[in-house]
Design a protein around this ligand. Structure first.
Ligand SMILES: Cc1ncc(COP(=O)(O)O)c(C=O)c1O
Length: 345
């Protein structure tokens, strides 16, 4: 049995590199609740500049960043238009309802990508006694649909519908840097089309902790208030902000390697098992595989036990494989071989 495990369950499993750990150890810190942590201040300024917006706010997790943004952008009792399989809908433990008092209007969208027409059809008439539509959320990239990407034309269409209706647009941009690297579109071009977005440094960028909310100064000040309410205001958090700064300097361009590895893995599997995956649909760092007659849970179990290859089960016959900076081409080849052997058996 090979010794090193290949962990492709998620891009959240990465461990800080030696350089990142050094940056964390050397970080200057202060009490961030007093606004005195120089590394957090520098990170928030750098992020705001990079996204072409006025301000940014460091939050501990992607879920908290999302929920803070929703709390600022949508009043309790209003309705939010969101794609049906979005992280906000499926994986945040109903936080939008519990913390934000929000109702979701979920929309089925091919590839997880909302369009102007889909959003228009989901908005309620602005009249009594309809529920008030307040916000549209997009997910860049779409996790549950295999890392698919919103292009600028689609975002412009959604922006236009939102403007006509007088409502806001928010991007759960947990993997917005994957979208940017895959398409060559600057993150600022995504950011100027929304009221606010968040991105996660703790996914493909390889930081241990951290998601950042980006928007105008007033919005970010309100977000700071809600971060406190949700218990996410932290103290000498520069040690973590240093990891995010390091990731933004060292781990953005290399996302292209993860995308190439994901495409390569998909192509290798598809050569043997054409029905399992369409490699042309792999545009960022995720590969979804149809396991056919073999239960996905059995594949997960057998690959872990026999090959030390870890993949995720996303449904009875659906596997998810995610590439990241702790997995190289050789690891992807090992995973592809194991998948072909098990699925072809
Ligand atoms: C699209 C998306 N949004 C938000 C999150 C939440 O991030 P966290 O796990 O840091 O709370 C995730 C996590 O996987 C995600 O994939």
């Amino acid at each position: 049995m090979p010794h090193t495990p290949v962990d492709l369950r998620s891009d959240t499993v990465t461990r800080p590199t030696t350089g990142m750990r050094r940056a964390m150890a050397e970080a200057e810190v202060g009490d961030d609740v007093y606004g005195e942590d120089p590394t957090v201040i520098a990170l928030e300024r750098e992020v705001a500049e990079r996204f072409g917006r006025e301000a940014a706010l460091f939050a501990p997790t992607g879920v908290m960043a999302n929920q803070i943004a929703l709390r600022v952008l949508a009043a309790p009792g209003t309705e939010v238009v969101v794609e049906a399989a979005a992280h906000l809908v499926a994986y945040e433990a109903g936080a939008h309802a519990q913390l934000g008092g929000l109702q979701f209007r979920t929309v089925d969208a091919p590839g997880g990508i909302l369009t102007a027409d889909l959003v228009r059809a989901a908005l309620r008439p602005a009249a009594f006694p309809y529920t008030t539509s307040s916000l549209v959320c997009i997910e860049q990239t779409s996790n549950r649909w295999g890392g698919t990407v919103y292009d600028l034309g689609t975002l412009d269409g959604i922006r236009g519908v939102a403007d006509e209706a007088g409502i806001a647009v928010y991007a759960d941009g947990a993997r917005i840097f994957n979208a940017s690297v895959a398409t060559g579109v600057d993150v600022a071009d995504y950011a100027r089309r929304v009221e606010a977005l968040m991105f996660s440094a703790s996914k493909g960028l390889g930081a241990p902790v951290g998601s950042i909310v980006v928007g105008d100064r007033d919005l970010v000040e309100q977000a700071r208030h809600w971060r406190r309410v949700y218990g996410g205001a932290m103290r000498q958090v520069g040690v973590l902000a240093a990891a995010v700064r390091y990731a933004l300097s060292h781990h953005v361009d290399r996302l292209a390697d993860d995308h190439a590895n994901a495409r390569h893995l998909a192509e290798t599997v598809a050569t043997e098992l054409p029905g399992a995956v369409d490699p042309t649909g792999v545009v960022t760092n995720m590969v979804y595989l149809d396991t056919g007659a073999v239960p996905a849970a059995d594949v997960v179990r057998d690959l872990a036990a026999e090959d030390r290859v870890l993949v995720g089960s996303m449904g009875p016959n659906l596997l998810r494989v995610v590439t990241h900076l702790d997995v190289d081409r050789e690891g992807c080849d090992r995973a592809a071989e194991a998948l072909v052997r098990r699925l072809g058996a």
